[in-house]
Design a protein around this ligand. Structure first.
Ligand code: FES
Ligand code: FES
Length: 205
């Protein structure tokens, strides 16, 4: 049995019948064809699958596609404006906040969620907000510097809101309905709250 969904991904509406068990990350990669969103663990630990769901960061491997029915999804491909990179993408480039790049789409979108909630976070707040995103390569320092660089360049609220694609801003807690569970691990907003990967609650070196 398949169920009908209608999901807006980076401004394009996808109306589709899907298996009830289909994870949102597989919908994004295999149906929408947007492979910038990565699958690192499939168990809610690594954050490689992070996307914005109605403007707020979620791990797309924790969310069923049917839960996203009626929602707006922004992936890393939707953050840039044409050929112009988003300020956060430029900052990761400028500060070498990546090596292999596998974690980078999720890191950028988690950082986006942080700056949406807190436009001028300190280093500790940045590290705390990115605790749900694992990186095997960088040692994290340059990722933090990249977010700080974006803040110093005034990664503007208008450009952050622009990634939400006409949904009128992030969903409020009461509006999330069936999508509430998708936000459970981070609690939604600034990447804070919710469960943290074991051993990372105290921040990273
Ligand atoms: S693939 Fe979703 S958290 Fe790792
Ligand atoms: S840059 Fe390789 S996993 Fe982060």
């Amino acid at each position: 049995m398949k169920l009908p969904v209608s999901i807006t991904v980076n401004g394009r509406v996808w109306t589709q019948d899907v298996e009830p068990r289909l994870l949102l990350v597989h919908f994004i990669r295999e149906i929408a064809g947007l492979t910038g969103t990565k699958v690192g663990c499939d168990t809610s630990q690594c954050g490689a699958c992070t996307v914005l769901l109605d403007g707020m960061a979620v791990k797309a491997c924790t969310c069923l596609t049917v839960q996203a029915d009626g929602a707006s999804v922004t992936t890393i491909e939707g953050l840039a404006s044409g050929s112009a990179l988003h300020e956060l993408q430029e900052a990761f480039w400028e500060k070498h906040g990546l090596q292999c790049g596998f974690c980078t789409p999720g890191m950028v979108l988690a950082a986006y969620d942080l700056l949406r909630a807190n436009p001028s976070p300190g280093a500790t707040e940045i590290r705390h907000a990115l605790e749900g995103n694992l990186c095997r390569c960088t040692g994290y320092h340059n990722i933090v510097r990249a977010v700080q660089y974006a803040v110093s360049r005034g990664a503007p609220a208008a450009r952050l809101a622009g990634a939400e694609r006409g949904r009128g801003g992030p969903a409020s807690d009461g509006d999330r309905g069936p999508r509430r569970a998708c936000f459970a691990r981070w609690g939604g907003g600034g990447g804070s709250g919710g469960a943290k990967p074991p051993g990372l609650a105290g921040g990273r070196s």
